[in-house]
Design a protein around this ligand. Structure first.
Ligand SMILES: Nc1ncnc2c1ncn2[C@@H]1O[C@H](COP(=O)(O)OP(=O)(O)OP(=O)(O)O)[C@@H](O)[C@H]1O
Length: 524
C-alpha cells in the first residue's frame, strides 16, 4: 500500500497535468470554432452526439420551449398545468403559493420551480421533466424564457410522441375546463408578454340592468356560439364571435364583458391598443393568446397611439383608389418617414385579425370592442358583418331599475316604484347613477328616497332646459316673424313704387298727358 502511494504522482504534478490538458482542449476548441464554419460545426456536433455519445447513453431528451412559431407553445402550457398534479414524494423542490382568497385550512397550491424536476409514470414508462430557463437572445425581448426538458428511455421516444404528449394535453385541457377561477391578462409592453391575475368580477347576467329581451338574446347567442364547433367547421368559418358594445359611460359595457366571461368561463385578454407599437407586435401578442378566451379592446374610439378608430389619412398618390368600404385600400396608409416599429396599430392590422387570414390562428375566441361613441369609429369597423353583434347599452329603463334594486336592496316591490319608473322614463340616467344612489343605504326606504330626490332634481333640470329652449325658440320665431313683416311691407312698397314708375314712364312714352294731368289741365 505504501509503495502504491509512493508511486502516485504528486498533487502539484496532477494540477500541472490538468492545466495542460484543459489549455490544450481550450486551444483545440478555439481552433475548431475559428476554422470550421458555424453550419459545419453544428453538423459535426450533431454527428458526434448521434453516433458516439448516444452509444453511451440510453436516454432521450425532448425540449419544449415556451414559444412555438411566433406564438405560445400549447404543449408548454399544457405541461405547466399538468405537472403540478404529478408532484409526488420523488419531487425535491416545489413552488408554493396561496391565491388571494385561499382558505388557509387547506394546503397551498403547488407548481414546478425553475430547475425543479417532476417524475411521471405512464404506460410503464418513466418520464423525467425539468423546468429550465435561459435569457432570450432577441434584442427586443430580453426576458427569461422558460423551457422543459423531458427525458425518457430512448426506446420510448415514439410512444411518448404518440401516446404521452396527447395524454398531457388532454389532461391539461380537462383541468382547465374544470377550473374555478378565471384570469385576466394585460399586456406588459416593456417585456412584450401577457401578465395575468385572478379575475373575480361579480357581474353576471342576473345582476345586469338591461332589457330582458336583449339579455336573453345575448345569453342565447353565447350559448349557441360555444356549442357550435362542428357548425363552424362545416361552414368553413373560424370559430369566433365579435361583439361591439356601445353607449354612454356608466351604462354597463364593462359589466357586460365581465358577465360574458363569467357565463362562458373564458379568460379575458384586456388589450390597450395604444400600448402596441406596430401591427407586427399586434400579431405576435394576439397569436400568443389562448383558445377559449375573450379579447377585449375597450374604448376603441380613443386608443391614442393607434390609428384604429379612424384610419390615418391617405397619401395623395392613393387618391385614385376606390375608397369607401375597401379596407385594404384604406390600409395602404403610409408613414414613410417612421420605422414600422413605431407606427402604432393600423386599422387594417386589426381587421386582419378580426376576419382576415390571421383570424384563423386559434379557435373559440370572443372579440369584444367597446366604445362610447360608435359614430366615431371607422366605417370599416362599423360595417354590418364586421362585428357579429352590435349591442346598444342605453340609459336605465324601468326593467333595468328593477334588476338593480333587487340586487342592491333585495326587494321586488315598493310604493315608490311607480313614481321612480315614471321619472326614469322622463330623464336620461345611467345604471351607474342609479346604483350610486341606491347604494347610499341598506334601508330601502332611505335608498329609494335618495333616488327619487336625484331623479327629481334631474327632471327639474330637464324641464328647465326644455322651458329655456322653448322660450328661446319662441323669441327666435318672433324675431323671425317681425323681420318677415318688415320685409313684406318693404316688398309691397317696392312693388307699388315699381308699378308707379312703370305707369309714369308708360304715359311719358305715349306723349299724352295722364288722366290726372288732364284733370289738372282742365281745372287750370
Ligand atoms: N347595466 C348595468 N347593470 C348593472 N350594473 C351597472 C350597469 N351599468 C353600470 N353599472 C354599475 O356601474 C358601474 C360602472 O359601470 P361600467 O364600468 O360597467 O360602465 P361602462 O359603460 O363600461 O362605463 P365606461 O364607458 O366609463 O367604461 C359598474 O361597476 C356597475 O356597478
Amino acid at each position: 500500500m505504501s509503495s502504491f502511494l509512493k508511486n502516485l504522482p504528486s498533487t502539484s504534478s496532477l494540477v500541472a497535468a490538468y492545466a495542460t490538458i484543459s489549455t490544450f482542449l481550450m486551444l483545440l476548441k478555439s481552433m475548431f470554432d475559428l476554422m470550421v464554419p458555424e453550419k459545419a460545426r453544428e453538423s459535426i456536433i450533431a454527428i458526434v452526439q448521434e453516433h458516439i455519445i448516444s452509444r453511451f447513453f440510453t436516454s432521450f431528451t425532448f425540449v419544449i420551449e415556451e414559444e412555438w412559431e411566433f406564438g405560445d407553445n400549447a404543449l408548454f402550457r399544457a405541461a405547466m398545468v399538468y405537472l403540478p398534479t404529478k408532484i409526488g414524494p420523488s419531487t425535491q423542490t416545489v413552488l408554493l403559493g396561496f391565491k388571494e382568497k385561499h382558505k388557509f385550512e387547506t394546503p397551498p397550491e403547488t407548481g414546478v420551480p425553475v430547475w425543479g424536476h417532476v417524475v411521471d409514470e405512464f404506460e410503464n414508462m418513466k418520464l423525467k421533466w425539468t423546468l429550465k430557463s435561459k435569457k432570450s437572445k432577441n434584442m427586443l425581448y430580453s426576458r427569461e424564457r422558460k423551457f422543459f426538458h423531458l427525458t425518457c428511455n430512448k426506446n420510448h421516444r415514439d410512444k411518448v410522441m404518440k401516446n404521452y404528449f396527447p395524454h398531457v394535453a388532454l389532461t391539461a385541457r380537462s383541468i382547465l375546463n374544470n377550473r374555478k377561477g378565471l384570469r385576466i391578462y394585460t399586456y406588459d409592453q416593456s417585456h412584450c408578454y401577457w401578465e395575468s391575475t385572478a379575475f373575480k368580477h361579480p357581474s353576471t347576467f342576473a345582476t345586469l340592468a338591461m332589457e330582458p329581451d336583449l339579455k336573453k338574446f345575448i345569453m342565447e347567442d353565447l350559448d349557441m356560439f360555444v356549442n357550435r364547433k362542428v357548425f363552424f367547421e362545416r361552414v368553413g368559418r373560424t370559430w369566433k364571435r365579435g361583439y361591439l358594445l356601445y353607449g354612454p359611460p356608466g351604462t354597463g359595457k364593462s359589466s357586460l364583458v365581465a358577465a360574458i366571461a363569467n357565463h362562458v368561463r373564458y379568460n379575458i385578454y384586456d388589450l390597450q391598443l395604444g400600448t402596441v407599437k406596430s401591427d407586427f407586435d399586434l400579431r405576435r401578442l394576439l397569436t400568443s393568446t389562448t383558445n377559449r378566451s375573450i379579447l377585449l379592446i375597450e374604448d376603441i374610439d380613443c386608443s391614442s397611439n393607434s390609428n384604429v378608430a379612424q384610419e390615418r389619412p391617405k397619401d395623395s398618390d392613393d387618391d385614385d383608389d376606390d375608397d369607401d368600404d375597401d379596407d385594404n385600400a384604406n390600409a395602404k396608409v403610409k408613414k414613410k418617414s417612421m420605422p414600422p416599429s413605431s407606427q402604432g396599430v393600423t386599422l387594417s392590422g386589426l381587421l386582419n385579425f378580426i376576419d382576415g387570414l390571421w383570424s384563423s390562428c386559434g379557435e373559440e375566441r370572443i372579440i369584444i370592442f367597446t366604445t362610447n361613441f360608435r359614430e366615431k369609429l371607422d366605417p370599416a369597423l362599423r360595417r354590418p358583418g364586421r362585428m357579429d353583434v352590435h349591442i346598444n347599452m342605453g340609459y336605465c329603463t324601468p326593467a333595468g331599475f328593477r334588476v338593480l334594486v333587487s340586487t342592491y336592496l333585495g326587494i321586488q316591490e315598493h310604493d315608490l316604484f311607480v313614481r321612480i319608473e315614471k321619472l326614469i322614463q322622463a330623464v336620461e340616467i345611467t345604471p351607474a347613477e342609479v346604483a350610486q344612489q341606491i347604494m347610499k343605504s341598506d334601508q330601502p326606504e332611505v335608498a329609494l328616497e335618495s333616488l327619487v330626490e336625484f331623479l327629481s332634481a334631474k327632471k327639474n333640470e330637464v324641464d328647465e332646459a326644455k322651458t329655456k329652449k322653448a322660450e328661446k325658440d319662441t323669441k327666435q320665431e318672433e324675431k323671425l316673424s317681425a323681420k318677415n313683416g318688415v320685409d313684406e311691407a318693404k316688398t309691397k312698397k317696392e312693388e307699388k313704387d315699381t308699378k308707379q314708375e312703370e305707369k309714369l314712364s308708360g304715359d311719358q312714352d305715349n306723349g299724352q298727358p295722364s288722366e290726372s294731368e288732364m284733370r289738372s289741365i282742365y281745372l287750370t
